[in-house]
Design a protein around this ligand. Structure first.
Ligand SMILES: Nc1ncnc2c1ncn2[C@@H]1O[C@H](COP(=O)(O)OP(=O)(O)OP(=O)(O)O)[C@@H](O)[C@H]1O
Ligand SMILES: [Mg+2]
Length: 248
């Protein structure tokens, strides 16, 4: 079991993980973190995920993607974290064209992306803190650095008191907050969330949105898919609407 410092570490999640001197181009315009240009995705069985999508996301943006089931929301996110490759067009994340990224380079890019899924994808036989620490262990962080990061990530999602619980001992909302802590523990500048509130009741869904909003206020770019129109209205961020593989 991962032993955490008893006193919360005051080194909170880097409050400005995204704010580097090159964040803003000289004329004051924000820089692009995600760009899709005429992207088409056809799966091997012929199903079309995206037909022709172009979009830009700027550092510090918080955007929703909405659309009916099958409209291509998950496909879009999968292209951004390299789980799928575009059939045509360019997918550029953090300055890298994913068409040309393979092996280690792709792994390096993924480290700069926090991913949150509808079904949490926690490891059942690991505690909350171990689930969060796992990604850092896999990336070769030192034990000390892991300890320094896990506690603030859990604090950010309000789960310090559940650090030693196993996923089955948590509510759905707590499991999702654990998965957010895991996504942000290495302070990525970009968080992609695919229906993160899909399995949650309205209160827990709103807690998740509030955490993502807080992250965004620190400079993290957030792209989030959802079916929940009410949540989108309440959160009050720009919306991209997908329909049948197009942004409309
Ligand atoms: N691995 C795959 N192989 C073949 N077809 C796929 C695959 N993944 C998605 N598709 C197809 O691509 C289209 C878009 O699917 P996608 O999962 O992106 O939709 P979605 O908007 O996320 O839907 P939902 O709201 O149900 O999650 C659908 O027609 C789907 O059947
Ligand atoms: Mg989906």
């Amino acid at each position: 079991m991962l032993k955490l410092p008893t006193k919360p570490n005051s080194t909170l999640i880097n409050p400005s993980p995204n704010k580097t001197s090159d964040d803003n181009v000289p004329n004051g315009q924000k820089s692009v973190i995600v760009k899709l240009e005429n992207v088409r995705k056809t799966y091997t069985n012929g199903a079309v995920g995206l037909r022709d999508v172009s979009l830009e996301l700027y550092k510090g943006d918080f955007k929703f993607i909405t659309g009916h089931s099958g409209s291509g929301k998950s496909t879009l996110l999968k292209l951004l974290y390299g789980a799928e490759q575009a059939t045509d067009g360019d997918v550029i994340v953090n300055g890298f064209n994913l068409n040309n990224l393979k092996g280690n380079n792709l792994a390096m890019l993924r480290r700069k992306i926090g991913i949150v899924f509808q079904d949490y994808k926690l490891v059942p036989r690991r505690t909350v803190s171990e689930n969060v620490a796992f990604v850092l262990m896999a990336q070769g962080y030192t034990y000390k650095e892991i300890q320094r990061r896990v506690q603030p990530a859990l604090k950010m999602v309000g789960l310090i008191h559940k650090a030693d619980c196993f996923p089955e001992e948590l509510s759905g909302g707590e499991q999702q907050r654990t998965s957010i802590a895991r996504a942000i523990v290495n302070t990525p500048p970009l968080v992609l969330a695919d229906e993160p509130t899909g399995n949650l009741d309205p209160d827990n869904a709103w807690q998740v949105i509030k955490i993502l909003k807080k992250l965004n206020s620190f400079g993290v770019t957030v792209l989030l898919t959802t079916h929940d129109e009410q949540l989108v209205r309440a959160a009050n961020h720009p919306v991209l609407h997908l329909q049948n593989g197009y942004i409309v």
